[in-house]
Design a protein around this ligand. Structure first.
Ligand code: FES
Length: 121
């Protein structure tokens, strides 16, 4: 039911962890299942230089979080905000219909982190 890409990112998630002294932190909890994701951003000159995450959730949530960090790293804050859950699912080669909400955790946590960053700066 999962693509090779989902299984790869689930088994070997990229950018797992925390960033000490992060410029922004965002957290999101799914209203439909209670799973959650937390994201840490290091931002310099409006570019997301580093990103780490921790996700307590299903395989699709972990794979989505992992690939999202790869898609965001090195992007400007504005570019990162263009990331949608549809683009994450597409990058994973697709997600089962009932697992599409799992990719929303990453975009939601990212938006919250950037809102916090913009509030501070
Ligand atoms: Fe909860 Fe996937 S079932 S995030």
């Amino acid at each position: 039911m999962y693509t090779e890409k989902v299984l790869d990112h689930f088994n070997n998630p990229r950018n797992v962890g925390e960033i000490e002294g992060a410029d922004a932190i965002g957290e999101s909890t799914s209203t439909s299942c209670g799973d959650s994701m937390k994201i840490w951003l290091q931002i310099k000159d409006n570019v997301i230089e580093d990103i780490k995450f921790k996700t307590f959730g299903c395989a699709a949530a972990i794979a989505s979080s992992s690939i999202a960090t790869e898609m965001i790293k090195g992007k400007t804050v504005d570019e990162a905000l263009q990331l949608t859950s549809e683009k994450i699912a597409e990058a994973l080669g697709g997600l089962p219909e009932h697992k599409l909400h799992c990719s929303v955790l990453a975009t939601d946590a990212l938006k919250k982190a950037i809102e916090e960053y913009r509030g501070k700066n």
